[in-house]
Ligand binder design. Structure first.
Ligand SMILES: CC(C)(COP(=O)(O)OP(=O)(O)OC[C@H]1O[C@@H](n2cnc3c(N)ncnc32)[C@H](O)[C@@H]1OP(=O)(O)O)[C@@H](O)C(=O)NCCC(=O)NCCS
Length: 203
């Protein structure tokens, strides 16, 4: 089943082996769920300290822990609790992007009818500054809000993470909420919230 988005072409559906999102702007740029063949690429990206220095969730992880995270990312559960993609151009791994957490948008909603996702992106140093993070992240936002029916997508980062702030502020044109009570459990003090209306003018 192919879905229609102005920014990506979806090949198949999540859970199918051929499933991938193909960028319509950057030739050859794809987002795919990692497999046993590509799990090593994910571990390499997670293990690169240049990628994780401001990400408390993985910066101190051992190789075994990173392998376990990468293995988890090869899985697709129902209802979805995460959707993690390997970002590639052709066969070349460039980074990772996705929704590392999907769950109830509101803790008090007992029926959990509204779901939200927490998005992130990581691009290897050699591939930075070429627009790959912007493209991968907007594909993730569009996929989550449009395809998965999430009511909100959240992005968190630490205020010292200038590249991520600039990506969100300058490129996406979105201002963060600044936490007044310290860092969250991932070490972040800034959060952006995208709602379905983000889809309208953008994608
Ligand atoms: C943040 C990160 C994903 C940006 O990746 P990238 O591919 O270089 O970003 P892009 O090329 O798509 O940049 C898009 C915009 O972001 C901003 N930006 C990116 N890197 C920047 C930098 N070093 N300094 C200032 N602005 C920057 C610019 O506004 C840029 O737009 P422009 O090229 O038109 O000026 C990358 O630096 C990274 O992987 N960092 C480590 C992991 C991380 O911190 N992830 C975020 C946590 S969710």
């Amino acid at each position: 089943m192919a879905s229609i988005s102005p920014i990506y072409q979806a090949i198949g559906s999540i859970g199918e082996s051929q499933f991938e999102l193909q960028s319509k702007s950057i030739p050859g740029l794809t987002l795919r769920i990692p497999t046993s063949e590509t799990i090593g690429d994910v571990v390499d990206i997670l293990a690169n300290k240049a990628n994780s220095e401001l990400d408390r969730s993985i910066s101190d992880a051992t190789t075994e822990e990173l392998q376990s995270i990468a293995r988890h990312w090869t899985t697709v559960d129902s209802p979805l609790s995460h959707v993690n993609f390997l970002v590639r151009q052709g066969d070349k791994p460039l980074g990772i992007a996705g929704l590392g957490w999907i769950g109830p948008a509101n803790d008090e909603d007992e029926k959990q009818s509204e779901r939200a996702g927490a998005a992130g992106v990581m691009i290897q140093p050699f591939a930075r500054g070429k627009g790959y993070a912007y493209e991968a992240l907007r594909m993730v936002f569009a996929y989550g809000l449009r395809e998965l029916g999430l009511t909100e997508v959240w992005v968190g980062t630490h205020s010292k993470n200038v590249p991520m702030r600039k990506l969100m502020e300058n490129k996406f044109g979105l201002l963060p909420e600044v936490s007044t009570d310290g860092l969250d459990k991932f070490g972040n003090d800034l959060q952006w919230t995208l709602k379905k209306d983000w889809l309208q003018p953008n994608v």
